[in-house]
Design a protein around this ligand. Structure first.
Ligand code: HEC
Length: 170
């Protein structure tokens, strides 16, 4: 009887420590303010045209609709998600039909060296480049709330990706 009782206690203790270990392995929930920055970033990514007046070309707009966007309810002018479809979670699609890498691990591989411009590109510099040349809008300021929100969003989708400075995007 006694031995059996001990057995149960040991088993319960083992089960409890297994639960504790599984808990450690999971990411802790984000503090609410940071979670809100991530959500605002996702929203900006999908809807903000940064003052641009460039419309997605019809082909891109219909591809955008087919692939999960909603050009009617959604943005009238270019946004991040016009090229980086599905919130950047899948491979992107340029207006000319060219496929580009997803943004899954982007936040884990910047800074990267850009041989063409002889510059080290930080994630923030890349975002500004995409707004200036991709969206043809006003780039968000370094350290401004729009930049903070976009970086928070891109970091959140890269959770669990190996940090690899300068590494390839996939
Ligand atoms: C008109 C298409 C287009 C739009 C709109 C666009 N991008 Fe990009 N983006 C690209 C292309 C093309 C690349 C690949 C690298 C390059 O050529 O600059 C890229 C690369 C990136 C990268 C680096 C990952 C990689 O594959 O090199 C990030 C991060 C990124 N974009 C974020 C954004 C964000 C955030 C926005 C919105 C503010 C945005 N992009 C809007 C076309 C676009």
């Amino acid at each position: 009887m006694r031995g059996r009782g001990m057995g149960w206690r040991v088993r319960i203790m083992l089960a409890m420590s297994a639960v504790a270990m599984a808990g450690d392995a999971l990411a802790a929930p984000l503090p609410p303010a940071l979670q809100q920055a991530v959500s605002r970033g996702a929203h900006i990514f999908k809807d903000d045209s940064f003052g641009s007046h460039v419309k997605p070309v019809p082909d891109a707009a219909s591809a955008f609709a087919t692939l999960g966007g909603s050009p009617h309810a959604g943005p009238r002018f270019l946004t991040c998600s016009a090229c980086h479809i599905h919130g950047g979670l899948t491979r992107g699609l340029l207006p000319d039909g060219r496929r580009i890498a997803s943004l899954r691990n982007a936040a884990a591989v910047f800074p990267r060296y850009n041989a063409k411009s002889h510059r080290i590109m930080t994630l923030e510099a890349q975002i500004r480049h995409c707004v200036r040349d991709g969206i043809v809008g006003r780039p968000p300021a370094y350290g401004g709330s729009t930049m903070v929100d976009l970086v928070s969003y891109l970091k959140s989708i890269a959770a669990g990706q190996p940090i690899a400075i300068g590494g390839p995007v996939h």
